[in-house]
Write a protein that binds this ligand. Structure first.
Ligand code: FES
Length: 227
């Protein structure tokens, strides 16, 4: 039985590493429904054909979005792959008595002194609006992630770094679902309001070269605009 811990994107630094460490501690593999690597699709792709797969939704308390979208993502994976894997879903973590036991043990354990100052909470830096020329939205929602958004985001970031384009030039923002999922993976460039659909790493690289560095939208795949 190969166990995959399936989590949603974790926005704070180190959050993804914590999921990977948890997976390693229990002999499982971590993967993500949206916003992080590897995607659930990529993790399933990496399994051998004769594997029995148990999916464990990692979220406390239970996240109905995660539970629902694991089912949808696996159904899409099965529909788009000709693979014989047997895939099942574990009961919710929050229903496990051991979770209450873990909290009980934490309460009984030696407390850790609290340290820290309130200074950084209201740092003047958090009043500065970034002086970017363009903002790029890269959808990392569940459908775009299933269609390859992780690889698209990696290619875009890599190329921007090669060009030395940082936040002051191009502010890249990874987002949740932007709605026209059937066009995903999506990259949106503002203020130009240009929506690049069905992006792949090659298109992401061209967007970085031609649109974001040279200021000329990629022309041979007519991009859409809103409205
Ligand atoms: S998941 Fe990307 S537009 Fe919906």
């Amino acid at each position: 039985m190969n166990v995959l811990l399936v989590s949603r994107s974790v926005t704070h630094h180190g959050g993804h590493d914590a999921i990977h460490r948890l997976a390693a501690a229990v002999g499982a593999t971590a993967c993500f429904l949206d916003g992080a690597e590897p995607s659930l699709h990529a993790a399933l792709d990496a399994q051998p054909d004769d594997a029995d797969i148990l999916l464990v939704a990692v979220h406390v308390p239970p996240d109905r979005y995660l539970d629902t979208w694991i089912r949808r993502a696996v159904a899409h994976w099965q529909q788009t792959r000709d693979r014989p894997l047997r895939i099942a879903l574990a009961p919710p973590l929050a229903a496990q008595p051991a979770l209450a036991q873990a909290v009980t043990e934490a309460i009984a354990g030696p407390p850790v002194p609290l340290t820290g100052t309130p200074g950084p909470f209201r740092s003047p830096a958090w009043s500065d609006i970034p002086k970017h020329r363009r903002q790029v939205l890269v959808c990392r929602g569940p459908r775009c992630t299933a269609y390859g958004a992780n690889e698209v985001a990696a290619a875009l970031g890599c190329r921007l770094r090669e060009h030395g384009l940082g936040d002051d030039d191009v502010l890249v923002t990874e987002t949740g679902c932007l709605f026209p999922c059937n066009l995903g993976p999506l990259i949106v460039v503002h203020p130009d309001d240009i929506w690049y659909e069905h992006a792949d790493p090659a298109l992401a690289t061209r967007i970085a070269d031609e649109h974001l560095r040279d200021g000329v939208p990629v022309g041979d795949r007519p991009p859409r605009q809103s409205g």
